[in-house]
Write a protein that binds this ligand. Structure first.
Ligand code: GLU
Length: 491
């Protein structure tokens, strides 16, 4: 038997972090054994579709390398393709006809007004909202006459009154339902589109899907799908219903907010490897102390048995941490290329007017200093603007209680000392620079911070920045002298 997983997103908006997680698990589970991972588009709810969503989804999955073996579209000539539900309507028809002919589904002629009134009434009486079976016993011949007379209809599943429905979930184990809690689900809508519950069973069957990873929220749809499959004599795939993602306050992550769009994470330039690792570890425990895997390592180590049952907490700080680890690990030339591409795409003005006006060597020097400090690329501009521009000097920043600098006169003396050191030679290595500074500071009976703080401020005009020695390294001796000189003139 060939094992096959599938992802079946509805292209309604952006690619949700949830979908990336499902896609990753589908992909790892399939690749682990050279199996197949397919992508299907579930667009039966035509009112919620967003035009660009499909191509956007394709782009995102390609960008993060979670590339399906079977795509929805390019195989349109084969009988079982495309994997786009709205283009498969003819494929579903024989299956619903079988259900109707064998009395396992029935035509329902109730208007939406009647159904709404029924729902309201049940809600008022605090009863479960369910269809009241009004059309369940209409003889088939009579129903067909009404259809020929153009009456609008839907088709509903005939759920047995009392039946225990049991199945074995790959993550949750045995799960039991009672059919008496289940509504007579609409399978065919009045616009002749199938509902999810019916289409999903038929599609997974026709696509020969063997394993499905999906949200625990779909668990309640299991009994309906089990009944449909039973009536059609179809064997269902194995299911793993995965826990939700919650925020750090344990609230379910919103479905609509951009905070959960994979596109946004790629834009902020989280590295893809970091994003995938973060997603992987949300619910999965590799039982090792290693925290960062390459994709081939993920494939090798992934085992569905290690997936947690509990909800996963989406902690952005952890993602930031992983990203910083990846940035440190990345070869500097590769990192430079990524940064350049990121800035050109997402910080276009800065890239055009600032970054690319400086030579590569200078930009590279800055990146080398930042490689161990930056968590993600969208911090780059703010952390470095003073290395590209001269700004208004803020004298107040020179003072610091913590560093024991209580007057501008004091700061001035410290800055003169720094300038003298910088004027004493034409070039320094980083080590020499440190050594000479420390020696001179000692000779003058000062503390390191009393000299290095105002020097750092004079070079960066910032409250926070990389250290004084690193700044001199990036700016070079000449520019450093100029900046310190300029501030001395103003005190
Ligand atoms: N279209 C459903 C979704 O977007 C798929 C559910 C399933 O995997 O069966 O969540």
């Amino acid at each position: 038997m060939t094992v096959k997983t599938r992802l079946a997103p509805s292209p309604t908006w952006f690619v949700h972090i949830w979908s990336l997680r499902l896609a990753l698990y589908d992909y790892l589970f399939a690749k682990k054994n050279n199996w197949i991972y397919a992508l299907r588009v579930e667009d039966t709810d035509q009112t919620r579709l967003v035009d660009e969503a499909f191509w956007n989804m394709v782009k995102v999955f390609e960008e993060v390398w979670i590339v399906p073996d079977e795509w929805p579209a390019p195989y349109a000539d084969l009988w079982n393709w495309p994997y786009i539900q709205s283009e498969r309507l003819d494929l579903y028809r024989p299956f619903i006809d079988k259900l109707i002919e064998e009395w396992n589904a029935y035509y329902c002629f109730c208007s939406s007004e009647r159904l709404e009134a029924l729902r309201n009434q049940q809600t008022e009486l605090k009863l479960p909202t369910k269809y009241d079976w009004l059309c369940r016993d209409i003889p088939l011949a009579e129903a067909k006459i009404r259809i020929e007379a153009w009456e609008r209809y839907t088709v509903r599943l005939k759920v047995p009154k009392w039946e225990k429905i049991v199945f074995e979930d790959l993550v949750r184990g045995r799960v039991e339902f009672s059919s008496s809690d289940i509504d007579d689900q609409v399978l065919l809508k009045s616009d002749w589109f199938p509902t999810y519950h019916w289409a999903v069973v038929v599609d997974d069957f026709l696509m020969k899907v063997t394993h499905v990873f999906r949200w625990v929220e779909w668990l309640s749809s299991m009994p309906k799908q089990i009944l449909v499959a039973k009536y059609l004599w179809i064997e269902l795939p194995k299911y793993a219903h995965l826990p939700l993602i919650v925020d750090i306050n344990r609230k379910k992550l919103s479905k609509r907010s951009w905070d959960v769009a994979v596109e946004e994470y790629l834009k902020k330039w989280y590295l893809k490897e970091a994003l995938l690792n973060f997603i992987l570890f949300l619910w999965w425990n590799p039982k090792t102390t290693e925290e960062i895997f390459s994709v081939p390592e993920m494939i090798e180590k992934f085992d569905i048995k290690d997936v947690h049952k509990a909800d996963a907490v989406f902690d952005i700080e952890k993602l930031n941490w992983m990203n910083s680890k990846y940035i440190i690990k990345t070869d500097i030339n590769e990192l430079f290329e990524k940064l350049d591409k990121y800035l050109a795409e997402y910080e276009n003005d800065f890239h055009k007017d600032v970054f690319s006006k400086f030579d590569k060597q200078y930009n590279m020097k800055i990146l080398k200093e930042l490689q161990t400090k930056i968590k993600k690329f969208d911090e780059y501009k703010d952390l470095t603007w003073f290395l590209y521009n001269d700004a208004n000097i803020r004298l107040d920043l020179l003072l610091s209680e913590k560093m024991w600098i209580d007057s501008l006169d004091f700061a001035k003396k410290s800055l003169k000392l720094s300038l003298d050191i910088l004027n004493s030679r034409d070039a320094f290595t980083q080590d020499e620079l440190k050594e000479i500074f420390i020696e001179k500071i000692k000779e003058n009976w000062l503390k390191n911070g009393q000299v290095l703080w105002p020097t750092r401020v004079a070079l960066s005009w910032e409250e926070f920045s990389i250290g004084a020695f690193e700044l001199i390294g990036v700016l070079g001796i000449e520019k450093s002298r100029q900046r310190i000189g300029k501030i001395l003139e103003q005190i």
